[in-house]
Design a protein around this ligand. Structure first.
Ligand code: GLU
Length: 326
């Protein structure tokens, strides 16, 4: 018996040894998670696209990427800070506020936030039911408005705008807090008069809203908006081109931000390097994955809309390509 037990132990430790020798690749496999937004937005496509390109190279770098849907920009920053997400997509205003400790991040600056690249533009997009009587953003008082879920970028930006307009939640007959993916059906079901979404175009959510009910994209202009654009470097005037959505043939003036890709200073530089490389080495393929990516160009992506310092893994790749100086 004793002999047997010894043999079994020796056998299993030999097996263990063999397993350890033959599987260094398995031991090193690293899983990364990218924070996105609602499934009918563009962040979700960004995350899925970046992951798809990263995962094509998994045999070489052993990184496996996934990109679940999340509450949006602010939730992504908080998730990265908590170590639950490795990277994420966030609005440029949220990136600025988080890094500099302003706005909703007052007294709570996130010094270790790092920029990777800028992506598409995101106009503040208001869609109102045609029968709501809303023709301009200033018609909001007394209406049922979805101001967005806490954690979303639109909620964060909407709070800034409401402040500038002198509005509170009581200004509206209803200030709902639905997730991005829920608002189009709420509009169609006549549970709200207007939805607010800071998002790239075209996108599935606005498409859904404008095809299921008669709804219009609403201008967001006026002295208060001019003031915001003047005061904050990350806001700019924007136009949503006409002809993208049913019943909306005309250009609509508003203002907006940019979507950006961020991570933590603690994220392994090799991982960020591989992510950036996967995108820029397959850039034409990436740009074809969503119409909002069509006009992206490398130079703007690495130089605009970024207020946190570049992550060192991203920087290494950009220097290697000769796009920036060391
Ligand atoms: N800008 C939105 C946010 O930060 C998300 C837009 C999208 O998912 O494309 O929550």
């Amino acid at each position: 018996m004793k002999r047997h037990a010894f043999t079994a132990a020796a056998f299993s430790s030999a097996l263990l040894g063999a397993a350890m020798i033959s599987s260094p690749a398995v031991a090193q496999e690293r899983f990364i998670t990218i924070g996105t937004g609602g499934q009918t937005g563009v962040y979700y496509v960004v995350g899925q696209s970046v992951c798809r390109l990263i995962n094509r190279g998994s045999d070489e770098h052993n990184i496996r990427c996934n990109a679940p849907s999340t509450g949006g920009s602010v939730a992504n920053v908080n998730g990265i800070r908590a170590g639950e997400l490795d990277m994420g997509v966030v609005q440029s205003d949220v990136q600025y506020q988080a890094y500099n400790g302003t706005g909703n991040f007052e007294d709570n600056a996130y010094d270790d936030l790092r920029a990777v690249f800028k992506i598409h533009g995101e106009p503040l997009t208001v869609v109102a039911r045609t029968d709501s009587g809303i023709e301009h953003f200033s018609d909001f008082p007394g209406k049922r408005v979805n101001i967005g879920n806490p954690g979303s970028g639109q909620r964060n930006t909407m709070e800034v705008v409401m402040n500038a307009m002198g509005w509170t939640e009581d200004t509206f007959s209803l200030a709902s807090q639905l997730d991005a993916a829920e608002q189009a059906s709420a509009l169609a079901d006549n549970n709200i008069d207007a939805m607010v979404y800071v998002v790239g175009h075209p996108n599935g959510s606005i498409q859904e809203a404008t095809t299921t009910v008669d709804a219009r994209l609403i201008p967001v202009t006026g002295p208060e908006i001019d003031g915001l654009v003047e005061e904050y470097p990350y806001y700019a005037k924007a136009v949503i081109p006409g002809g993208m959505y049913r019943g909306n043939g005309e250009d609509v003036e508003t203002f907006g931000v940019a979507a950006t890709f961020v991570t933590s200073a603690d994220t392994d530089p090799d991982i960020v390097y591989e992510a950036v490389k996967a995108v820029f080495e397959n850039f034409d393929r990436f740009k074809r994955l969503h119409p909002a990516f069509e006009n992206l160009n490398e130079e703007e992506m690495i130089s605009q809309g970024l207020s946190a310092p570049l992550h060192e893994g991203a920087k290494r790749y950009y220097v290697e390509r000769g796009w920036i100086e060391e």
